[in-house]
Write a protein that binds this ligand. Structure first.
Ligand code: F6P
Length: 341
């Protein structure tokens, strides 16, 4: 059997670990594995490379993806779906493992409905996919962000400064919330609860009145003001219609400095938290997902996605997985309120 594997969308820690596990398990069945380069772009261009376990065995702790990734959306290319289907057959592939977030898996579901034998594996640092408790890449991003905020806290204390730390995560506040709670940030602002600047300024002033001169505020890039008509972004949009978010931290920082005269700095963590080595949790999850994806193919369970339920690896349909985005649970929002100080 000849199977393909692709990574689509933004990379995250653990992608190589999935590839490694897929190759390991597939080779045990005597199958051949082909890496499709640059996500869906690789199937539009027939850009594939044969993989052997010898090539991937040492990659469990290596960040990024040797397969490369892109945000190519076949539906935005003339006859895109048809070309992908034709190339898949011409390449002699018999099954495809798609490792991606809601965009990549959404395309996978469309292609599955057209007859392509596909299984999905959920990845994204944003952790915003429904039907799985965690996506891999999230825990690594949270840990990187937590360490960065820990560092910013010490310099904030030394200079009696206010620090606003902007963190990626798109429309969901998972990374900001977990990293903010784990690093003891004073206030965390997330997309799920629009805020007003007066409240933030009052919060900082109140801390000063209590003698707390340093304040660390974590803000998720998708957070917005109650009265804002759009999220802060640079105006560009990708092939899936997502704006490139960013700028809310700067807006908050400038306003705090203007209204309070407190020395304020803004730090945008950006892609630093997405790159680098996966945590043990993400290495474990990626490995289990990779092995489970091969089993799905073996059992002919196409149109399904691997998922984590509690401590167990489960499967869900791609249809269910891409039906809606997963935002922060009410329990986490409540935790944010309780630990704010
Ligand atoms: O979806 C993952 C993510 O890292 C988001 O958190 C972020 O908004 C986006 O990708 C950044 O995309 P790019 O790598 O294309 O700049």
């Amino acid at each position: 059997m000849k199977i393909g594997i692709l990574n689509g969308g933004g990379d995250c820690a653990g992608l190589n670990a999935v590839t490694r596990a897929v190759v390991k398990r597939a080779e045990s069945y005597g199958w051949e594995v082909f890496g499709i380069r640059y996500g869906w772009e690789g199937l539009l261009q027939s850009d594939i490379v044969k993989l052997s376990f010898a090539e991937v065995e040492k990659l469990i702790g290596v960040g990024g993806t040797i397969l490369k990734s892109s945000r190519t959306n076949p539906s935005k290319h003339p006859n895109g779906f048809q070309i992908v289907m034709e190339n898949f057959r011409k390449l002699g592939l018999e099954a495809l493992i798609c490792v991606g977030g809601d965009d990549t898996l959404g395309v996978a579901f469309q292609l599955f409905k057209r007859g392509l034998p596909i299984v999905g594996v959920p990845k994204t640092m944003d952790n915003d996919l429904s039907s799985t408790d965690y996506t891999f890449g999230f825990d690594s991003a949270v840990n990187e962000a937590m360490h960065a905020i820990d560092n910013l806290r010490t310099t904030a204390e030394s200079h009696d400064r206010v620090f606003v730390v902007e963190i990626m995560g798109r429309e969901a506040g998972w990374v900001a919330a977990y990293a903010g709670i784990a690093s003891g940030a004073n206030l965390v602002l997330v997309p799920e609860e629009p805020f007003d600047l007066d409240g933030v300024i009052a919060f900082v002033k109140n801390r000063r009145d209590r003698g707390e001169k340093a304040t660390v505020i974590v803000v998720s890039e998708g957070a917005s003001l109650k009265k804002a008509s759009a999220k802060a972004s640079n105006g560009s949009v990708d092939e899936f219609g997502h704006p490139r978010l960013g700028g809310i931290g700067q807006l908050i920082g400038e306003e705090i400095e203007k209204m309070t005269k407190f020395d304020t700095r803004v730090s945008v963590l950006g892609h630093i938290i997405r790159g680098g080595s996966p945590t043990a949790f993400d290495r474990m999850l990626s490995t289990q997902f990779g092995l489970a994806a091969v089993e799905l193919i073996k059992e002919g369970k196409f149109g399904m996605m691997t998922s984590l339920r509690g401590f167990k690896i489960a499967t869900v349909s791609l249809e269910e997985a891409v039906a809606k985005q997963r935002l922060l649970d009410p329990e986490i929002l409540e935790t944010l309120r309780m630990v704010s100080y």
